[in-house]
Design a protein around this ligand. Structure first.
Ligand SMILES: Cc1ncc(COP(=O)(O)O)c(C=O)c1O
Length: 404
Protein backbone atom coordinates (compact mmCIF):
# COMPACT_ATOMS: atom_id res chain seq x y z
CA UNK A 1 0.00 0.00 0.00
CA UNK A 2 1.12 3.55 -0.63
CA UNK A 3 2.02 5.89 2.21
CA UNK A 4 0.21 9.02 0.96
CA UNK A 5 1.42 11.12 3.91
CA UNK A 6 5.03 10.55 2.91
CA UNK A 7 4.32 10.85 -0.82
CA UNK A 8 2.56 14.20 -0.40
CA UNK A 9 5.72 15.68 1.17
CA UNK A 10 7.51 15.17 -2.17
CA UNK A 11 5.06 17.41 -4.08
CA UNK A 12 5.71 21.11 -3.38
CA UNK A 13 2.49 22.24 -5.10
CA UNK A 14 0.35 20.28 -2.65
CA UNK A 15 1.38 22.78 0.04
CA UNK A 16 -0.29 25.68 -1.71
CA UNK A 17 -3.72 27.16 -1.12
CA UNK A 18 -6.26 27.95 -3.80
CA UNK A 19 -8.92 30.53 -2.98
CA UNK A 20 -7.98 30.26 0.69
CA UNK A 21 -8.36 26.45 0.83
CA UNK A 22 -5.75 23.70 0.66
CA UNK A 23 -5.44 22.53 -2.96
CA UNK A 24 -7.34 19.30 -3.67
CA UNK A 25 -5.99 18.24 -7.02
CA UNK A 26 -8.32 15.81 -8.79
CA UNK A 27 -7.43 16.58 -12.40
CA UNK A 28 -4.68 14.01 -12.87
CA UNK A 29 -6.23 12.72 -16.09
CA UNK A 30 -5.32 16.09 -17.63
CA UNK A 31 -1.84 16.27 -16.11
CA UNK A 32 -0.22 15.03 -12.90
CA UNK A 33 1.73 17.07 -10.38
CA UNK A 34 5.53 16.74 -10.15
CA UNK A 35 7.60 15.54 -7.21
CA UNK A 36 10.74 17.40 -6.07
CA UNK A 37 12.81 14.49 -7.46
CA UNK A 38 11.64 15.32 -11.00
CA UNK A 39 11.94 19.09 -10.56
CA UNK A 40 15.47 18.65 -9.16
CA UNK A 41 16.54 16.33 -11.99
CA UNK A 42 15.58 19.02 -14.53
CA UNK A 43 17.25 21.76 -12.51
CA UNK A 44 20.41 19.61 -12.15
CA UNK A 45 20.45 19.02 -15.89
CA UNK A 46 20.37 22.76 -16.71
CA UNK A 47 22.64 23.78 -13.79
CA UNK A 48 25.36 21.19 -14.29
CA UNK A 49 25.23 19.35 -17.61
CA UNK A 50 23.48 21.30 -20.37
CA UNK A 51 24.90 20.64 -23.86
CA UNK A 52 23.56 19.13 -27.09
CA UNK A 53 23.09 15.38 -27.12
CA UNK A 54 24.88 13.02 -29.56
CA UNK A 55 26.75 15.94 -31.10
CA UNK A 56 30.10 16.36 -29.45
CA UNK A 57 33.03 14.58 -27.93
CA UNK A 58 33.33 17.15 -25.14
CA UNK A 59 32.58 16.15 -21.56
CA UNK A 60 29.21 17.87 -21.19
CA UNK A 61 27.84 16.44 -24.43
CA UNK A 62 29.00 12.97 -23.43
CA UNK A 63 27.30 13.36 -20.02
CA UNK A 64 24.04 14.52 -21.59
CA UNK A 65 24.12 11.68 -24.11
CA UNK A 66 24.53 9.20 -21.27
CA UNK A 67 21.69 10.81 -19.29
CA UNK A 68 19.35 10.98 -22.30
CA UNK A 69 20.04 7.41 -23.37
CA UNK A 70 19.79 6.35 -19.72
CA UNK A 71 16.25 7.78 -19.67
CA UNK A 72 15.43 5.78 -22.79
CA UNK A 73 16.63 2.60 -21.05
CA UNK A 74 14.44 3.38 -18.02
CA UNK A 75 11.37 3.88 -20.22
CA UNK A 76 12.13 0.62 -22.07
CA UNK A 77 12.43 -1.32 -18.81
CA UNK A 78 9.25 0.26 -17.44
CA UNK A 79 7.15 -1.26 -20.26
CA UNK A 80 9.38 -4.31 -20.96
CA UNK A 81 10.69 -3.13 -24.34
CA UNK A 82 14.17 -2.73 -25.83
CA UNK A 83 15.77 0.77 -25.77
CA UNK A 84 15.97 0.96 -29.58
CA UNK A 85 12.18 0.45 -29.68
CA UNK A 86 11.58 3.67 -27.70
CA UNK A 87 11.14 6.91 -29.66
CA UNK A 88 10.93 10.19 -27.80
CA UNK A 89 8.24 12.55 -29.12
CA UNK A 90 6.76 15.72 -27.66
CA UNK A 91 3.61 14.07 -26.27
CA UNK A 92 1.21 11.18 -26.89
CA UNK A 93 -0.56 13.11 -29.65
CA UNK A 94 2.69 13.37 -31.60
CA UNK A 95 3.43 9.67 -30.99
CA UNK A 96 0.03 8.67 -32.40
CA UNK A 97 0.40 11.05 -35.35
CA UNK A 98 3.87 9.65 -36.01
CA UNK A 99 2.30 6.25 -36.74
CA UNK A 100 -0.38 7.82 -38.93
CA UNK A 101 2.16 9.86 -40.92
CA UNK A 102 4.74 7.09 -41.37
CA UNK A 103 3.18 3.62 -41.10
CA UNK A 104 -0.19 4.91 -42.26
CA UNK A 105 1.19 6.85 -45.18
CA UNK A 106 3.39 3.99 -46.36
CA UNK A 107 1.09 1.00 -45.84
CA UNK A 108 -2.57 2.09 -45.82
CA UNK A 109 -3.98 2.12 -49.32
CA UNK A 110 -7.33 2.71 -50.99
CA UNK A 111 -10.02 0.27 -49.83
CA UNK A 112 -8.22 -0.67 -46.58
CA UNK A 113 -9.97 -0.46 -43.24
CA UNK A 114 -8.70 1.26 -40.09
CA UNK A 115 -10.42 0.30 -36.81
CA UNK A 116 -10.74 2.48 -33.75
CA UNK A 117 -13.38 3.02 -31.06
CA UNK A 118 -15.93 5.60 -30.06
CA UNK A 119 -14.20 6.11 -26.69
CA UNK A 120 -11.00 7.56 -28.16
CA UNK A 121 -9.47 10.87 -27.14
CA UNK A 122 -9.40 13.23 -30.14
CA UNK A 123 -5.65 12.53 -30.39
CA UNK A 124 -6.41 8.91 -31.30
CA UNK A 125 -9.42 9.64 -33.45
CA UNK A 126 -8.71 12.60 -35.71
CA UNK A 127 -5.41 11.23 -37.16
CA UNK A 128 -7.34 8.14 -38.39
CA UNK A 129 -10.28 10.15 -39.67
CA UNK A 130 -7.86 12.31 -41.70
CA UNK A 131 -5.75 9.34 -42.88
CA UNK A 132 -8.85 7.40 -43.96
CA UNK A 133 -10.05 10.38 -46.02
CA UNK A 134 -6.62 10.95 -47.55
CA UNK A 135 -6.18 7.29 -48.52
CA UNK A 136 -9.77 6.57 -49.47
CA UNK A 137 -9.82 3.96 -46.69
CA UNK A 138 -12.69 3.11 -44.33
CA UNK A 139 -12.74 4.11 -40.68
CA UNK A 140 -14.55 1.40 -38.66
CA UNK A 141 -15.57 2.68 -35.25
CA UNK A 142 -16.28 0.17 -32.48
CA UNK A 143 -19.16 1.28 -30.29
CA UNK A 144 -19.47 0.99 -26.52
CA UNK A 145 -22.46 -0.40 -24.59
CA UNK A 146 -24.23 1.32 -21.69
CA UNK A 147 -21.59 -0.06 -19.28
CA UNK A 148 -18.92 1.78 -21.28
CA UNK A 149 -17.41 -1.43 -22.64
CA UNK A 150 -16.87 -2.57 -26.23
CA UNK A 151 -19.19 -5.55 -26.77
CA UNK A 152 -17.83 -8.67 -28.50
CA UNK A 153 -20.16 -8.07 -31.43
CA UNK A 154 -17.96 -5.08 -32.35
CA UNK A 155 -14.70 -7.07 -32.45
CA UNK A 156 -15.29 -8.04 -36.10
CA UNK A 157 -14.25 -4.46 -36.99
CA UNK A 158 -10.70 -5.39 -35.90
CA UNK A 159 -10.80 -8.52 -38.09
CA UNK A 160 -11.25 -6.44 -41.21
CA UNK A 161 -8.68 -3.78 -40.32
CA UNK A 162 -5.13 -3.42 -41.58
CA UNK A 163 -4.50 -1.08 -38.64
CA UNK A 164 -6.34 -0.92 -35.32
CA UNK A 165 -5.75 2.00 -32.98
CA UNK A 166 -7.36 1.69 -29.61
CA UNK A 167 -7.16 3.30 -26.19
CA UNK A 168 -5.93 1.11 -23.33
CA UNK A 169 -7.90 3.01 -20.66
CA UNK A 170 -10.54 5.60 -21.55
CA UNK A 171 -9.95 9.12 -20.22
CA UNK A 172 -13.71 9.54 -19.68
CA UNK A 173 -15.11 6.12 -18.78
CA UNK A 174 -11.99 4.66 -17.20
CA UNK A 175 -12.74 1.43 -19.12
CA UNK A 176 -9.71 -0.86 -19.44
CA UNK A 177 -9.96 -2.50 -22.84
CA UNK A 178 -9.07 -6.20 -23.39
CA UNK A 179 -5.96 -5.44 -25.39
CA UNK A 180 -4.46 -8.90 -25.46
CA UNK A 181 -7.61 -10.17 -27.10
CA UNK A 182 -7.68 -7.24 -29.55
CA UNK A 183 -4.01 -7.82 -30.45
CA UNK A 184 -4.69 -11.53 -31.04
CA UNK A 185 -7.62 -10.79 -33.37
CA UNK A 186 -5.64 -8.15 -35.23
CA UNK A 187 -2.62 -10.42 -35.75
CA UNK A 188 -4.72 -13.42 -36.80
CA UNK A 189 -5.99 -11.18 -39.58
CA UNK A 190 -2.56 -9.81 -40.56
CA UNK A 191 -3.25 -6.42 -39.01
CA UNK A 192 -1.17 -4.26 -36.67
CA UNK A 193 -2.38 -2.72 -33.46
CA UNK A 194 -1.45 0.64 -31.95
CA UNK A 195 -2.39 1.34 -28.33
CA UNK A 196 -3.01 4.75 -26.81
CA UNK A 197 -1.59 4.16 -23.34
CA UNK A 198 -1.83 7.78 -22.13
CA UNK A 199 -4.20 6.86 -19.30
CA UNK A 200 -2.82 3.40 -18.55
CA UNK A 201 0.97 3.65 -18.34
CA UNK A 202 0.81 6.15 -15.43
CA UNK A 203 -1.62 3.96 -13.48
CA UNK A 204 -1.14 0.24 -14.24
CA UNK A 205 1.77 -2.13 -14.80
CA UNK A 206 2.29 -2.29 -18.59
CA UNK A 207 4.19 -5.03 -20.41
CA UNK A 208 4.17 -4.47 -24.17
CA UNK A 209 5.53 -7.96 -24.85
CA UNK A 210 2.76 -9.57 -22.85
CA UNK A 211 0.11 -7.35 -24.51
CA UNK A 212 1.74 -8.14 -27.87
CA UNK A 213 0.81 -4.72 -29.26
CA UNK A 214 2.79 -3.39 -32.23
CA UNK A 215 2.90 0.23 -31.05
CA UNK A 216 2.21 1.83 -27.68
CA UNK A 217 2.00 5.62 -27.20
CA UNK A 218 2.06 7.52 -23.90
CA UNK A 219 2.91 10.90 -22.45
CA UNK A 220 5.33 12.02 -19.71
CA UNK A 221 3.32 14.78 -18.08
CA UNK A 222 0.52 12.46 -16.90
CA UNK A 223 3.01 10.23 -15.05
CA UNK A 224 4.81 12.75 -12.82
CA UNK A 225 7.15 13.81 -15.64
CA UNK A 226 7.53 17.19 -17.34
CA UNK A 227 5.51 18.46 -20.28
CA UNK A 228 6.97 18.27 -23.79
CA UNK A 229 8.04 14.63 -23.68
CA UNK A 230 6.08 11.69 -25.04
CA UNK A 231 6.92 8.13 -25.97
CA UNK A 232 6.22 5.83 -28.88
CA UNK A 233 7.12 2.17 -28.47
CA UNK A 234 7.21 0.20 -31.72
CA UNK A 235 8.28 -3.35 -32.50
CA UNK A 236 11.77 -3.24 -34.00
CA UNK A 237 10.86 -5.00 -37.26
CA UNK A 238 8.02 -2.51 -37.89
CA UNK A 239 10.03 0.60 -37.02
CA UNK A 240 12.79 -0.56 -39.36
CA UNK A 241 10.51 -0.78 -42.36
CA UNK A 242 8.74 2.54 -41.71
CA UNK A 243 9.85 5.77 -43.40
CA UNK A 244 11.10 8.64 -41.20
CA UNK A 245 8.64 11.11 -39.66
CA UNK A 246 10.45 14.48 -39.74
CA UNK A 247 13.64 15.27 -41.62
CA UNK A 248 16.74 17.07 -40.32
CA UNK A 249 19.75 16.62 -38.09
CA UNK A 250 20.49 13.35 -36.27
CA UNK A 251 18.01 11.25 -38.29
CA UNK A 252 20.47 10.90 -41.16
CA UNK A 253 23.91 9.24 -41.26
CA UNK A 254 24.99 10.15 -44.78
CA UNK A 255 23.62 13.27 -46.47
CA UNK A 256 24.52 13.84 -50.12
CA UNK A 257 23.07 16.23 -52.67
CA UNK A 258 21.48 13.33 -54.53
CA UNK A 259 20.04 11.47 -51.52
CA UNK A 260 20.45 10.45 -47.90
CA UNK A 261 20.92 7.35 -45.79
CA UNK A 262 18.68 7.35 -42.75
CA UNK A 263 20.01 6.70 -39.26
CA UNK A 264 19.17 3.50 -37.35
CA UNK A 265 16.12 3.29 -35.10
CA UNK A 266 15.19 5.03 -32.86
CA UNK A 267 17.21 8.05 -34.15
CA UNK A 268 15.58 7.82 -37.59
CA UNK A 269 12.45 9.18 -35.89
CA UNK A 270 14.09 11.86 -33.73
CA UNK A 271 15.02 14.71 -36.08
CA UNK A 272 16.60 17.82 -34.54
CA UNK A 273 17.62 18.62 -31.00
CA UNK A 274 15.38 16.54 -28.74
CA UNK A 275 13.92 17.51 -25.38
CA UNK A 276 16.89 16.39 -23.28
CA UNK A 277 15.66 17.99 -20.06
CA UNK A 278 12.23 16.44 -20.64
CA UNK A 279 13.61 12.94 -21.16
CA UNK A 280 15.85 13.22 -18.09
CA UNK A 281 12.91 14.50 -16.01
CA UNK A 282 10.82 11.60 -17.32
CA UNK A 283 13.58 9.22 -16.26
CA UNK A 284 13.30 10.62 -12.72
CA UNK A 285 9.52 10.18 -12.76
CA UNK A 286 9.92 6.55 -13.84
CA UNK A 287 12.39 6.00 -10.98
CA UNK A 288 9.82 7.46 -8.61
CA UNK A 289 6.97 5.24 -9.87
CA UNK A 290 9.20 2.16 -9.99
CA UNK A 291 10.21 2.72 -6.36
CA UNK A 292 6.54 2.84 -5.38
CA UNK A 293 5.74 -0.22 -7.53
CA UNK A 294 3.08 -0.01 -10.24
CA UNK A 295 1.05 -2.81 -8.58
CA UNK A 296 0.83 -0.59 -5.48
CA UNK A 297 -0.12 2.46 -7.56
CA UNK A 298 -2.95 0.44 -9.12
CA UNK A 299 -4.12 -0.96 -5.76
CA UNK A 300 -4.23 2.55 -4.25
CA UNK A 301 -6.36 3.84 -7.12
CA UNK A 302 -8.78 0.91 -6.96
CA UNK A 303 -9.27 1.66 -3.26
CA UNK A 304 -9.95 5.35 -4.04
CA UNK A 305 -12.31 4.36 -6.86
CA UNK A 306 -14.36 2.12 -4.57
CA UNK A 307 -14.59 4.88 -1.97
CA UNK A 308 -15.40 7.61 -4.51
CA UNK A 309 -18.00 5.58 -6.40
CA UNK A 310 -19.87 4.83 -3.20
CA UNK A 311 -19.63 8.44 -1.96
CA UNK A 312 -20.71 10.06 -5.24
CA UNK A 313 -23.63 7.69 -5.79
CA UNK A 314 -25.06 8.82 -2.44
CA UNK A 315 -25.62 12.23 -4.04
CA UNK A 316 -29.12 12.58 -5.49
CA UNK A 317 -29.48 12.60 -9.27
CA UNK A 318 -25.79 11.98 -9.91
CA UNK A 319 -24.94 9.58 -12.73
CA UNK A 320 -21.48 8.04 -13.21
CA UNK A 321 -20.43 6.82 -16.67
CA UNK A 322 -18.44 3.67 -17.40
CA UNK A 323 -18.04 0.19 -15.87
CA UNK A 324 -19.46 -0.31 -12.36
CA UNK A 325 -16.72 -2.75 -11.36
CA UNK A 326 -13.60 -0.80 -10.16
CA UNK A 327 -11.49 -3.77 -11.32
CA UNK A 328 -12.46 -2.96 -14.90
CA UNK A 329 -11.54 0.72 -14.86
CA UNK A 330 -8.83 3.19 -13.94
CA UNK A 331 -9.10 6.01 -11.40
CA UNK A 332 -11.21 8.30 -13.56
CA UNK A 333 -14.84 9.08 -12.71
CA UNK A 334 -16.93 11.17 -15.09
CA UNK A 335 -20.41 12.14 -14.00
CA UNK A 336 -23.28 14.57 -14.38
CA UNK A 337 -25.78 15.86 -11.88
CA UNK A 338 -29.26 16.53 -13.21
CA UNK A 339 -29.96 20.25 -13.39
CA UNK A 340 -26.37 21.33 -12.67
CA UNK A 341 -23.94 22.03 -15.51
CA UNK A 342 -20.49 20.48 -15.15
CA UNK A 343 -18.91 23.87 -15.85
CA UNK A 344 -20.86 25.53 -13.01
CA UNK A 345 -20.00 22.63 -10.72
CA UNK A 346 -16.27 22.78 -11.41
CA UNK A 347 -16.06 26.57 -11.08
CA UNK A 348 -17.99 26.53 -7.79
CA UNK A 349 -15.76 23.73 -6.48
CA UNK A 350 -12.72 25.80 -7.46
CA UNK A 351 -13.81 28.34 -4.86
CA UNK A 352 -13.17 25.59 -2.29
CA UNK A 353 -9.73 24.76 -3.73
CA UNK A 354 -10.81 21.74 -5.81
CA UNK A 355 -9.31 21.20 -9.26
CA UNK A 356 -11.68 19.02 -11.29
CA UNK A 357 -12.30 18.95 -15.04
CA UNK A 358 -15.47 19.70 -16.95
CA UNK A 359 -16.38 19.50 -20.62
CA UNK A 360 -15.93 16.88 -23.33
CA UNK A 361 -12.41 15.90 -22.14
CA UNK A 362 -11.33 15.83 -25.81
CA UNK A 363 -13.77 12.95 -26.38
CA UNK A 364 -16.71 14.66 -28.02
CA UNK A 365 -17.74 11.70 -30.24
CA UNK A 366 -18.12 9.59 -27.07
CA UNK A 367 -20.35 12.19 -25.38
CA UNK A 368 -22.45 12.40 -28.57
CA UNK A 369 -22.76 8.60 -28.76
CA UNK A 370 -23.82 8.38 -25.10
CA UNK A 371 -26.23 11.27 -25.69
CA UNK A 372 -24.89 13.12 -22.65
CA UNK A 373 -23.96 16.69 -21.81
CA UNK A 374 -20.35 17.73 -21.21
CA UNK A 375 -19.41 15.96 -17.97
CA UNK A 376 -17.54 16.62 -14.74
CA UNK A 377 -14.48 14.42 -14.21
CA UNK A 378 -12.37 13.59 -11.18
CA UNK A 379 -9.20 11.58 -11.66
CA UNK A 380 -6.84 10.26 -8.98
CA UNK A 381 -3.17 9.68 -8.48
CA UNK A 382 -0.72 8.48 -5.87
CA UNK A 383 -1.10 11.52 -3.56
CA UNK A 384 -4.91 11.55 -3.37
CA UNK A 385 -6.66 10.38 -0.22
CA UNK A 386 -10.06 9.10 0.86
CA UNK A 387 -10.39 12.20 3.06
CA UNK A 388 -10.18 14.42 -0.04
CA UNK A 389 -12.97 12.44 -1.65
CA UNK A 390 -15.17 12.60 1.44
CA UNK A 391 -14.66 16.38 1.48
CA UNK A 392 -15.47 16.57 -2.24
CA UNK A 393 -18.78 14.85 -1.63
CA UNK A 394 -19.63 17.36 1.11
CA UNK A 395 -18.72 20.30 -1.10
CA UNK A 396 -20.77 18.96 -4.04
CA UNK A 397 -23.77 18.67 -1.74
CA UNK A 398 -23.25 22.29 -0.59
CA UNK A 399 -22.96 23.48 -4.21
CA UNK A 400 -26.14 21.56 -5.09
CA UNK A 401 -28.04 23.29 -2.30
CA UNK A 402 -26.86 26.74 -3.39
CA UNK A 403 -27.81 26.07 -7.01
CA UNK A 404 -31.23 24.54 -6.37
C1 LIG B 1 -6.51 8.88 -23.68
C2 LIG B 1 -5.65 10.04 -24.08
N1 LIG B 1 -4.99 9.98 -25.24
C3 LIG B 1 -4.19 10.97 -25.65
C4 LIG B 1 -4.04 12.10 -24.89
C5 LIG B 1 -3.16 13.19 -25.40
O1 LIG B 1 -2.06 13.39 -24.57
P1 LIG B 1 -1.09 14.64 -24.87
O2 LIG B 1 -1.97 15.86 -24.71
O3 LIG B 1 -0.03 14.58 -23.84
O4 LIG B 1 -0.62 14.49 -26.25
C6 LIG B 1 -4.72 12.23 -23.68
C7 LIG B 1 -4.63 13.47 -22.88
O5 LIG B 1 -5.54 13.85 -22.18
C8 LIG B 1 -5.55 11.16 -23.26
O6 LIG B 1 -6.22 11.21 -22.12
Amino acid sequence: MLNTNEIRKDFPILQRKVNGHPLTYLDNGATSQKPAQVINAISDYYSNHNANVHRGVHTLSAEVTEMYEGARKKVAKFINAEPEEIIFTKNASEALNLVAYTYGDAFITSGDSIATSIMEHHSDFIPWQVLAKKKNATLSIMNANSEGEIPESEYSKIEGAKLTSIVHASNVLGTINPLKEFAKISHENNGVILVDGSQSAPHLPVDVKDLDCDFFAFTGHKMLGPTGIGILYGKKELLEKMPPFLYGGDMVVDAKVDGCKWNDIPYKFEAGTPNMAGAIGLGASIDYLTNLGMENVRAHEVELLEHATKALLEIDELEIYGPKDPGKRTGVLSFNIKGLSSIDLSSLLDEYGFAIRSGFHCAQPLHDALGINPSARISFYIYNTKEEITLLKRRIEEVKKVMS
